[in-house]
Design a protein around this ligand. Structure first.
Ligand SMILES: C[S@@+](CC[C@H](N)C(=O)[O-])C[C@H]1O[C@@H](n2cnc3c(N)ncnc32)[C@H](O)[C@@H]1O
Length: 325
């Protein structure tokens, strides 16, 4: 298991060639994800708000450019809270909320853990026994149940490799994220490697998240990839074959995407349209018409780039906006 809170892009590039490129991929635009923040501007012209995040900008001597919020300077943390309402949720709160969803799914409490408070500190104790499933539902149904973390930041509701507010590493057996819970169920029900890998693939395909800021998005994708490595090592020891790591990176690059959640489009992709009208006496007049979706706050009428995601069960690409009623 990697004990690092800050997954290093150099580590990914050296150990798994190609995988970092996949994690930087935007499946909607078929280009790279972009910074979508001004926090890195001081580093040069390739770090501007609209510039793509390419591997050369975050590896080599620049390998520590992207760090989790908990390791960012206080000034940067403050600026990000002000600009993007970035405040990360403590692991115990993520756990309590994920428990509410599972309480409803299982029809009982404490399927995965029991919330506790010791010496004024909130936490949880993972249940020790194998999880049982309610009548009419199987462990496979749980793994396939589709879940989404909106505005995910570094995705603490998806995987709790570390507590996003303290930076403390959380061992595999005690993790509480949406994906962590699916992986626990797979670990408990699949011992043969092929069956395990197939079920883990399903767990990833049914876990979605989106985020505006490119650096947080990359951190979320990295955390999910390392959760795969951690769980493989926990179950079998060692490291999975590169082809499986690449497969998981592919799924993650589809399922965790860059989007303005208020508009369902790539951030800042809506634009004014210029309309030219001719006047016999005054000549051509150019009027700027704003995006109708932005002007009327109508999610169906934006002229920006609507984000695409993959419906793995139907094996088709769909616009996320089509799911919004
Ligand atoms: C309060 S943080 C929550 C992050 C994470 N879900 C958590 O609970 O720790 C809000 C996140 O929403 C993102 N965000 C803000 N406005 C957004 C928008 N319109 N679309 C998508 N993400 C947005 C920010 O970049 C930030 O990462």
């Amino acid at each position: 298991m990697s004990n690092e809170v800050d997954i290093l892009e150099n580590d990914i590039r050296e150990r798994f060639p190609e995988v970092l490129e996949t994690l930087l991929c935007d499946r909607t635009t078929k280009k790279n994800i972009f910074w979508a923040t001004d926090n890195y501007r001081r580093l040069g012209r390739d770090y501007k708000f609209m510039s793509p995040i390419t591997s050369n900008l975050i590896t080599g001597k620049k390998g520590d450019v992207i760090t989790p919020r908990v390791k960012k300077s206080l000034a940067v943390q403050k600026a990000r809270s002000k600009d993007m309402a970035e405040v990360f949720t403590p692991a115990w709160v993520c756990n309590a909320q994920n428990n509410l969803i599972d309480d409803a799914w299982f029809g009982r409490e404490n399927a995965f853990n029991k919330e506790v408070r010791n010496d004024g500190v909130n936490g949880w104790e993972a249940t020790k026994e194998k999880i049982t499933f309610p009548e009419g539902k199987s462990w496979k149904d749980y793994v396939l149940d589709i879940r989404l973390e909106i505005t995910c930041g570094e995705a603490p509701y998806v995987t709790s490799r570390y507590d996003a507010t303290t930076g403390n590493i959380i061992p595999v057996g005690e993790r509480i994220g949406i994906l962590d819970r699916k992986l626990r169920v797979v670990n408990e029900n699949c011992d043969a490697k092929d069956a395990w890998l197939a079920a883990v693939e399903d767990a990833y395909k049914s876990t979605y998240a989106y985020e505006w800021q490119g650096d947080s998005l990359l951190l979320a994708r990295e955390a999910m990839l390392y959760a795969f490595l951690d769980n493989y090592a926990y179950k079998f020891g060692g490291e999975p074959e590169l082809a499986y790591i690449q497969k998981i990176a592919d799924i993650v690059s589809w399922n965790v995407w860059q989007m303005d959640g208020l508009k369902c489009v790539v951030p800042c992709s809506c634009k004014d349209v210029e309309e030219v009208s001719s006047d016999l006496f005054a000549g051509d007049k150019v009027t700027k018409i704003p995006c109708e979706g932005c002007a009327k706050e109508n999610i169906k009428k934006h002229n920006g780039i609507y984000c695409k995601i993959k419906d793995w069960q139907e094996n088709k690409v769909i616009q996320f906006e089509s799911l919004v009623k």
